[in-house]
Design a binder for this molecule. Structure first.
Ligand SMILES: Cc1ncc(COP(=O)(O)O)c(C=O)c1O
Length: 370
């Protein structure tokens, strides 16, 4: 029987780290400090240090990170938030959950990232926030974005797919003064994944930090003193244990992903039927996305060869019924086209040389590109 090539690997850590995680989990079970234990604080500190931001606030998921970030900005129901059409549902959903006006804009045809040049036309007196999404792991150019939108509009970065990605072609992380809030997800399949749901927000502003600490904990930082309308959205201590252990490997894992992506780039670039995603070297390469016509036919072909693919995403937000009911009608030509053509190939730190060769050769065979 042919071995199946999985799309991703949810827990790619070594035996040694896995054993350490089990041991640490048992320690917490004995200690019983399940809610906001020391490990949460430790992880928040380490994560924010590594991402060159001042403060980290753990929470229950990436969706909650976005929602809490918007809650912290004290927005009104007529305030507008600009979001790209091509993204995971959570980016748009957070705006609706916070009862603000969702304004969708198109993405760039080469990168799939929010088209910064098109944002200007979407800005009104009521625009309060732009949420650039670091789609597939590639960071949006926040400096350029800031230049276009000015100083009064907040930038809330959706970094759910870009843990420790570098800006542009840089090779290390630098502080980014243009972004106000960054939101992360630790969904198990992410570059840094928990053993369940988890999320985190980073900020540089101390006032925002203190507010977010309360917002994620029912509006309180001290027992029985509630001063804000908050959520119950804490990062679980057990998940913080897992994340603390995995954090040591993240730079290595990101670089392994980059190597796989470079291999795909090199071997797929000459195939006529494929459009590659223009990606800079700093991307965390969470997903490797190509665009093809007749996507279903290729998926079927690869699936017969036991190669699993996925689609990110099969919708542009303006085409989802419950979203379109809540926004002004809008045509997003590029996002809509991407949603029909995009296809994500397997990528994870432990994808073997043989597997990536097999994937490339199968695609070449399909396109008769030998
Ligand atoms: C771009 C993007 N935003 C937000 C989220 C939401 O994160 P979560 O699943 O942790 O709620 C995800 C991932 O699932 C994502 O990929």
């Amino acid at each position: 029987m042919k071995k199946k090539i999985n799309f991703t690997e949810v827990n790619p850590v070594s035996q040694k780290i896995r054993r350490k995680i089990y041991f640490e989990i048992l320690k917490i079970i004995k200690k019983k400090n399940f809610i906001l234990g020391d490990e949460v604080k430790k992880f928040e500190k380490r994560f924010s240090n590594l991402s060159k931001t001042k403060f980290g606030i753990g929470c229950a998921s990436g969706t909650d990170a976005l929602t809490l970030a918007l809650m912290s900005l004290d927005l009104g129901k007529n305030d507008e938030i600009i979001v790209p059409g091509l993204t995971y549902i959570s980016t748009g959903l957070s705006v609706l959950l916070n009862n603000n006006k969702l304004v969708l804009t198109d993405v760039d045809n080469e990168t799939g990232l929010i088209d910064i040049d098109k944002i200007k036309k979407k800005i009104t007196k009521r625009t309060k926030v732009v949420i650039p999404v670091n789609l597939y792991g590639q960071r949006v150019d926040a400096k350029k974005l800031r230049k276009i939108i000015g100083k009064k509009i907040s930038i809330v970065e959706d970094s759910a797919q870009s843990h420790f990605a570098f800006q542009g072609n840089e090779k290390k992380i630098r502080p980014n003064k243009h972004v106000d809030i960054s939101c992360y997800s630790f969904y198990p399949a992410k570059n840094l994944g928990a053993f369940g749901d988890g999320g985190l927000i980073t900020v540089n502003n101390e006032h925002s930090y203190k507010k977010l600490l309360a917002l994620r904990n029912l509006g309180s930082v001290k027992k029985n003193k509630h001063f804000l309308k908050g959520l119950n959205s804490r990062l679980d201590t057990l998940q913080a244990v897992v994340l603390n252990s995995k954090l040591n490997s993240i730079f290595d894992y990101n670089s392994r992903r980059r190597n796989i992506a470079n291999y795909y780039d090199k071997h797929l670039s000459n195939i006529k039927g494929i459009k590659l995603t223009k990606t800079n070297a700093g991307s965390s390469r969470h997903l490797y996305v190509i665009r093809v016509q007749n996507r279903d036919k290729l998926i079927k072909y690869l699936s017969k060869k036991k190669i699993s693919c996925q689609i990110h995403y099969p919708y542009s937000l303006n085409k989802l019924k419950f979203i379109s009911k809540n926004i002004k009608k809008v045509k997003l030509e590029v996002s809509e086209r991407w949603s029909k053509e995009c296809l994500s190939l397997p990528i994870h730190p432990n994808l073997s040389s043989n597997d990536k060769k097999k994937i490339v050769n199968s695609i070449k065979e399909y396109f008769k590109a030998f």
